[in-house]
Ligand binder design. Structure first.
Ligand code: M6R
Length: 587
């Protein structure tokens, strides 16, 4: 949710940190701050707004010193204010801390610290870390001891980076990611490899319960009891170029357009990985697929595709609901976790729950260095490259491609996944964006949008509604078309806009009847279909496909465009929708 970074090296820290924060801003973007140490003196600048805005106002990138920490925030405890922005300093600016996660016992710690005389400047849970470090440093005069003692007091899920006025940087990982970047002329400690990939592709992925200290041009890693631990240096593979918007106005539009390429990358799976994944899957008696948000919608598509083609019964479970549903698994069950980031707290909780019952975990994940990939018995990478826009777009269609590839193997090719045909179909919907742009102009003042679909199209109705809600702040609802007469029909009247996901497949006849029922109540019908029908007031054409399983791919792209253009038409920045963050690492 927040991004944290520390740097200690031969260069000025502040410009490096500001640049890194811009790259990681998708993780949280309501406030930002930097602290540096210059000649033994701590400098802190922070404020509300996006990195570029705050930097313009406070000129953070010109702060002096070659040691520093930085943060972008997604508020959990305490409002979006300058004071609540990180870093939080303690001990008369001897120590400053940036934190990602939640300290669950902060209230007790805070009242204990206040009784000891500490004064809090913010309403955040994070500030307790700074004061605890100060307390234990004063007690022990030893940074390692101060870090260890502090960690033992904290409950919750957290990663933090602290800077001390002697120039030491300390970092801790506990249930939130933290990665050390090893560059030629310095070290980074960051919540995401994007924080340092511009400077080095050499990374040390800290494990849960690791503490790191960067000092005297070297790095130490040890556990909460002070015992040294060995962590290998890994080479990180992502192309830096992928992080830039290039000619595009927004990352979101770029990422929608990239789908022609990203579906191919998802299709190209390493055979050995695929085989391992399938071996575990085939051995399972019960299969549960978990995910959140868009990734949950992929799970719903998988449920249909695995059922229709592989005759495999699977359950799709929202990760946030899994603790109520998956707490009594048989050992011969398998949980498949789907996630773009691989860091979503609810997804990781589902995985821990599964593992605690001896169940194997498979994952479909974009960030293959993530906690999810590491926790899985086998994983398949969606290979989408960095997805910066908060809305999941290319990662969703990549997840679907992997689901199709798995189903195709499970049913011995009956699905007939044909890469070339799919690319052609995706290309044709991508080249039709101007139709959607015009439609978005016409719909932009509407307050509600309903999307209807049956079978495989229902998850896409949900996904389209999610995109429209999060990007354009328009109330949107995905409805299973067959449920219309059980309630939602009461909402249909003049000025109601309903999108019907209605290709010519086994769902067509039933869904077209729904379109007529809606039209008869005076509502406006937008048909998303491979064929024009009189009942449609507007028609969004999609190509006709040989197999109905693949329609979700060509249906969702126009809906992504619609959400994007609705947002742009309303002057909303689609890359950074209000109140959201790219990966939700809190519960
Ligand atoms: O990284 P994940 O796939 O686990 O993220 C899950 C959801 O938080 C994510 O899909 C979210 O719903 C997106 N903002 C939707 O566009």
């Amino acid at each position: 949710m927040c991004s944290i970074i520390g740097y200690k090296g031969k260069n000025f820290a502040a410009p490096i940190l500001v640049n890194s924060l811009k790259r990681m801003e998708y993780r949280g973007y309501d406030s930002v701050g930097v602290a540096t140490i210059d000649e033994g003196k701590m400098l802190v600048r922070k404020g509300t707004g996006k990195v570029a805005e705050v930097n313009k106002k406070l000129d953070m990138s010109h702060m002096l010193g070659n040691i520093g920490i930085g943060h972008t925030r997604w508020a959990t405890h305490g409002g979006v204010t300058d004071k609540n922005a990180h870093p939080h300093a303690a001990g008369d600016n001897k120590i400053a801390v940036v934190h990602n996660g939640i300290i669950e016992n902060y209230k007790e710690l805070k009242s204990e610290l206040i009784k000891t005389g500490y004064i809090f400047a913010s309403e955040t849970d994070s500030e307790v870390i700074a004061h605890l470090l100060n307390l234990y440093f004063n007690e022990t005069k030893n940074i390692k001891q101060a870090l260890m003692k502090t960690c033992k007091r904290l409950q919750g899920a957290y990663a933090f980076v602290a800077v001390f006025d002697d120039g030491t940087i300390g970092g801790v990982r506990y249930e939130e990611p933290l990665i050390v970047g090893v560059a030629k002329d310095g070290y980074f400690v960051s919540s995401d490899v994007l924080g340092f990939l511009e400077h080095t592709d050499k990374a040390i992925f800290l494990d849960n319960g690791d503490i790191t200290i960067v000092n005297d041009d070297k790095i130490q890693i040890f556990d909460f009891n002070g015992k040294p631990v060995d962590r290998p240096i890994t080479q990180v593979a992502w192309e830096l170029g992928d992080i830039d918007k290039g000619k595009y106005a927004h990352h979101t539009l770029k990422e929608i357009d990239e789908q022609k390429l990203s579906i191919v990358k998802a299709y190209n799976q390493e055979e050995a990985r695929m085989k391992k994944f399938l071996r575990i899957l085939r051995a399972a008696k019960n299969v549960y697929i978990v995910g959140s948000g868009t990734s949950y919608h992929s799970a719903l598509v998988a449920k249909h595709v695995f059922g229709m083609y592989a005759k495999m019964r699977v359950e799709a479970v929202m990760s946030s609901e899994s603790k109520y549903v998956l707490s009594f698994l048989d050992e011969d069950s398998v949980v498949i976790a789907i996630s773009q980031s691989g860091e979503t707290a609810d997804v990781l909780d589902s995985v821990r729950l599964a593992k605690s019952q001896g169940v194997k975990v498979l994952s479909i994940v974009n960030v293959t260095t993530s906690s999810l990939a590491r926790m899985s018995d086998a994983f398949l990478g969606t290979n989408s490259g960095p997805e910066i826009g908060v809305a999941a777009t290319k990662s969703f269609t990549a997840q679907l491609i992997i689901i199709y590839a798995l189903a195709d193997r499970l049913c011995r090719g009956k699905l007939g996944l044909d890469k070339e045909k799919l690319i052609h179909a995706v290309d044709s919907v991508l080249s039709n964006k101007s139709t959607i742009e015009k439609l978005a102009q016409e719909l932009k003042n509407n307050k509600d949008l309903y999307l209807l679909g049956r079978s495989l199209h229902y998850p896409i109705a949900l996904e389209g509604a999610l995109k429209v809600k999060e990007l354009a702040y328009v109330h949107a609802e995905g409805i299973a078309a067959g449920e219309l007469k059980h309630g939602p029909l009461a909402l249909m009247e003049k000025n109601t806009i309903v999108m019907i996901l209605n290709p010519h497949d086994t769902t067509f006849n039933d869904t077209i009847s729904n379109a007529h029922e809606i039209k008869a109540r005076g509502a406006t019908v937008v048909g998303l279909s491979d064929q024009k029908e009189d009942v449609y007031d507007y028609w969004i054409p999609i190509p006709a496909l040989s197999e109905e399983a693949f329609y979700p791919i060509v249906e969702v792209i126009p809906l992504q465009f619609l959400a994007y253009y609705l947002a742009v038409g309303k002057n909303i920045d689609p890359d950074y929708p209000r109140n959201l963050a790219k990966s939700v690492t809190v519960r």
